[in-house]
Each structure stands twice: as structure tokens, then as C-alpha cells.
Design a protein around this ligand. Structure first.
Ligand code: NAG
Ligand code: NAG
Ligand code: NAG
Ligand code: NAG
Ligand code: NAG
Ligand code: NAG
Ligand code: NAG
Length: 406
């Protein structure tokens, strides 16, 4: 739906509050002013942590309908801008410009036994011009998940028409999740199941042949490895949480703490670098380096994304020759939890959340959001040159930005 390009700014009196209703709309960009953000233009409101902010509930009858209309219009947009730096990233001059967010694929409907579908990993392999990611059916309401033999492959060799297909790693992965491209191979974090302990699997992106390269911590099973990155020097960092046990009832009872492991692939040395000792993590999830491999970002879900006191945090660390240090809260997201994260050459951080992709400057400032279709959740992303490919639960998207991964 298109709207006329008219700025909207009018003062409304809200009892003792004076708020300036200033959200400016272009055809698909909404620019939100600081005032609107600082003093929400309603007398009484509330929001469930599982919902995006345009679904805020206005709890009184006295607030002007303009606020409801503004929220409704925001819901129709593709981009939300909080800071002018978002325009630099979008490569447009302002909210009246038009910028395309392409919906490139609609996933087939989930099977009847599953409550929903999740698509994770999203890793680009330039040598085969393809993006790979895995599909996980939610266990609920049956609470139990079968390993899915295929993974998705997006052939991006024709840049104007990405082609989606299902391909079969051999042997199959066992509840694959995050993945990373390193030295010609794809490294998958797989959660495992009752009969196959989770770990890291190396896959040849041309032949699809796989081999398990890490599946234990001194013969302890990992709990459910969720995401992995590998430095240019061959040092892997991967997250391990209780998802397989708590969410899927698909793994044995965990014997280890939640945390982040550092695995030196050259020496085999494996050590936990965050988790048991500092207690920061409950269900850590996405992991990403900055473009220069000086920093590590790790997301934490917490108990569930609907838990008001849940994790919902992106932590930032400095990488050292032996591990990570200087933990800092990089961002606490406001919708759901940060699932996949990616970074770019300019230090920005992109987090897949309920409703879209949140974009942060390297200082942690939320500069804008790339919205997915209403009702969808952005799960993870992959850079293909200056295109950011976004996989949600229901659709896949892409947008061309003034940035690249490295
Ligand atoms: C928030 O929304 C979620 C998902 O719709 C729901 O399960 C939960 O009960 C809601 N929480 C509250 C406090 O309403
Ligand atoms: C909002 O719109 C409804 C329906 O048009 C109307 O009944 C109500 O009085 C309006 N509320 C305010 C505060 O303007
Ligand atoms: C567990 O994983 C193995 C290996 O991928 C697979 O053969 C087996 O069917 C899986 N079990 C279930 C219940 O999905
Ligand atoms: C790429 O796809 C477009 C649209 O389907 C098509 O017109 C074009 O011929 C394709 N290019 C190549 C090199 O196949
Ligand atoms: C990359 O792969 C080659 C050949 O498989 C191997 O010799 C080399 O050590 C690997 N490099 C890194 C950094 O892992
Ligand atoms: C979890 O799975 C096990 C083995 O299939 C089953 O015995 C148990 O009842 C399940 N637990 C729940 C809570 O569904
Ligand atoms: C997670 O939530 C469940 C259900 O509310 C609760 O029983 C459990 O103690 C929580 N665990 C943690 C670690 O917060």
C-alpha cells in the first residue's frame, strides 16, 4: 500500500503530557522523531515483549486516534529510521525517497504437526554463488522434532533472480542451525538429537559431503550447539545452549553449562570462554565477528523470548589471542530476542528480531529497522556483496545497502 509523501507534525495535548506527534512518512520509510520516541503519544499504553512496537496497545480511550493511525501506518512501511545515519546505509536522501525491500521467496507452509517454522544459518559461499540455510520445524505442540534431511540453497548466480532449491547434505545434518564459511568449507553448528550428539559439521559446498569435525568436550556431549564463526586463523567460536532439551525435547539432559566455546581447529584445544564462570548466558544463540575480527558479538535469548525478564541481549567482547574479554552489553532489543546477528565493514551490527532486522551503529545506537512482512520474524541474514539477504519464518527478503560484510 502506498501513502502520499506528506510530513505529519501536529501537537496533541494529553492531559499533563504535551507530545509532538512527529512520525514522517514517505512511501515506505517512516522517520521517527526523538520526541515521539521519548514521550510516547498516549496517556496509557503497554507492550508485550513478544510484539514489535507498532503493535503497542493503547490502554485509554482519551488518546487521540492519530497515534493509533500512526502505529498502523508504521506497520505498512518497509523501513523505520531513528537516526539520519540509516539513510546513508539505505543510500537514500530522506524519508520521501523510495527504497525497495524485495520479498524473494515464500516458504512452503509448515507441516501440520509443527506450530511454526524457523530458518537459520544463512551463509554465503562465493565460490558456488549460493547462500545456504537450514529449516527447523518447531516441536510444538507435539514437543519433538525430526531431523530434516535437506537444507535450502539460494543460487544467486543470476543477481536479478535468486533461485531457491532444496539440497541434501550427505550424510544428513542433525538439527542444523547456524553456519559459517571458512577456507572453502561451510561449518554448521548442529544441535544433535538423542542418537547423534551435537557439534560442528564441515560441509563441502560443491559436493554437499559432510563430516563431523567436533562433537564433544572431553567426551561430554555439547548441549545444543547453535551458531558458529571461524576466524581466518582457524579459531572457531560457537554457542551452546539448552534449546534441544528445553525446546525440542530432542537431546539427552544437558551435562554442561550454557556458554561460548573457543575451539582452536589447528591444535584442537577447546575451552569455554563465557558461560559457566561469568554466568552471562542462558541459551546463547547468534555469534558474529566484526569485519576485522577484533570483536565477538554473542546474543542471548534467555529462558524464552516471551519472558519479560529474559535475555534479549547482544553482548560485545574484544577478542584476544587466547579468548575474549571486556564483556559489554552492546544492545538489549525490544522485540522478541536477537537471533541471528551479522556485522558490516563499517562496524554496524544487524540483529534478526520479531518484526524485522534491527540495525545498530558500532556504538550500539539503534539507527533503524528493516521490517519484514507483518507477522513474520527475521531469523538470520547473509551478505552477498552489498545485498543483505534476510530469512524469516515465512518469507525470504533482500535489500541492497551501502555496505558490505568486509
Ligand atoms: C505476550 O505474547 C505472547 C505471544 O503472543 C503470549 O504467549 C504471552 O502470554 C503474552 N504475555 C502477556 C503478559 O500478555
Ligand atoms: C477514535 O475513533 C473512534 C471511531 O471513529 C471514535 O468513536 C472515538 O471517539 C475516537 N477517539 C478519540 C479520542 O478521538
Ligand atoms: C537423529 O539424527 C540421526 C542422524 O541425523 C537420524 O538418523 C535420526 O533419524 C534422528 N532421530 C530423529 C528422531 O529425528
Ligand atoms: C537472469 O534472470 C532474468 C530474469 O529472470 C533473465 O531475464 C535473465 O536472462 C537472466 N540472466 C541470465 C544470465 O541468465
Ligand atoms: C585451509 O585448508 C587447507 C587445505 O585443506 C589447509 O591446509 C589449511 O591449513 C587451512 N587453513 C586454515 C586457516 O584453516
Ligand atoms: C521427551 O522425550 C522422551 C523420549 O522420547 C519422552 O519419554 C518424554 O515423555 C518427553 N518429554 C516430554 C515433556 O514430552
Ligand atoms: C524458565 O521458565 C520456566 C517456566 O516459567 C521456569 O520453570 C524455569 O525455572 C525458568 N528457568 C530459568 C533459568 O529462568
Amino acid at each position: 500500500m502506498k501513502f502520499s509523501k506528506q510530513p505529519m507534525a501536529s501537537a496533541v495535548s494529553l492531559g499533563s503530557l504535551i507530545a509532538v506527534q512527529s512520525v514522517r512518512f514517505g512511501s515506505n520509510i517512516a522517520e521517527i522523531s526523538q520526541q515521539w520516541n521519548d514521550v510516547f503519544p498516549a496517556n496509557n499504553f503497554n507492550r508485550n515483549v513478544s510484539t514489535p512496537f507498532w503493535e503497542t496497545t493503547i490502554l485509554d480511550d482519551t488518546t487521540t486516534n492519530e497515534t493509533r493511525e500512526t502505529l498502523r501506518r508504521i506497520e505498512e512501511m518497509s523501513f523505520i529510521v531513528y537516526d539520519n545515519r540509516m539513510y546513508d546505509l539505505l543510500g537514500v536522501s530522506g524519508y520521501t525517497s523510495s527504497k525497495e525491500l524485495e520479498v524473494i521467496f515464500e516458504f512452503p507452509k509448515r507441516p501440520s504437526y509443527a506450530q511454526r517454522q524457523v530458518h537459520d544459518a544463512t551463509v554465503y559461499v562465493p565460490s558456488v554463488k549460493a547462500v545456504f540455510f537450514a529449516e527447523l520445524h518447531s516441536p510444538k505442540p507435539d514437543f519433538g522434532m525430526t531431523a530434516i534431511p535437506f537444507v535450502w540453497r539460494i543460487d544467486v548466480s543470476n543477481t536479478s533472480t535468486p533461485e531457491f532449491e532444496k539440497v541434501n547434505p550427505e550424510p544428513a545434518l542433525t538439527i542444523a542451525n547456524g553456519a559459517y564459511h571458512h577456507n572453502g568449507s561451510v561449518y554448521w553448528a548442529q544441535e544433535g538429537n538423542f542418537t547423534t550428539p551435537g557439534g560442528i559439521v564441515q560441509m563441502d559446498p560443491t559436493t554437499m559431503k559432510t563430516q563431523i569435525v567436533k562433537n564433544n568436550f572431553y567426551s561430554h556431549r555439547f548441549n545444543s550447539p547453535n551458531d558458529v564463526v571461524v576466524s581466518d586463523e582457524g579459531v572457531a567460536y560457537f554457542t551452546d545452549g539448552y534449546y534441544g532439551y528445553d525446546n525440542f525435547n530432542d537431546t539427552l539432559k544437558p551435562q554442561l553449562a550454557n556458554g561460548v566455546y573457543r575451539w582452536d581447529m589447528k591444535t584442537g584445544n577447546t575451552k569455554m570462554v563465557a558461560g559457566a564462570a561469568d554466568g552471562a548466558f542462558f541459551n546463547p544463540n547468534g555469534v558474529a565477528f566484526d569485519a576485522y575480527q577484533n570483536k565477538l558479538f554473542v546474543t542471548n535469548r534467555g529462558n524464552s523470548s516471551a519472558d519479560p525478564a529474559g535475555g534479549r541481549t547482544i553482548y560485545q567482547y574484544d577478542l584476544t589471542p587466547t579468548g575474549i574479554t571486556n564483556r559489554e552489553i552492546f544492545a538489549y532489543v525490544d522485540s522478541g530476542f536477537p537471533d541471528g546477528i551479522k556485522t558490516d565493514r563499517d562496524g554496524r551490527v544487524y540483529a534478526g528480531v520479531t518484526g524485522g532486522v534491527d540495525v545498530f551503529e558500532q556504538d550500539g545506537t539503534l539507527i533503524g529497522r528493516i521490517k519484514v512482512n507483518n507477522g513474520d520474524v527475521a531469523v538470520n541474514m547473509a551478505w552477498v556483496n552489498d545485498w543483505l539477504y534476510i530469512v524469516g519464518r515465512d518469507y525470504a527478503y533482500r535489500v541492497q545497502l551501502e555496505a558490505t560484510e568486509r
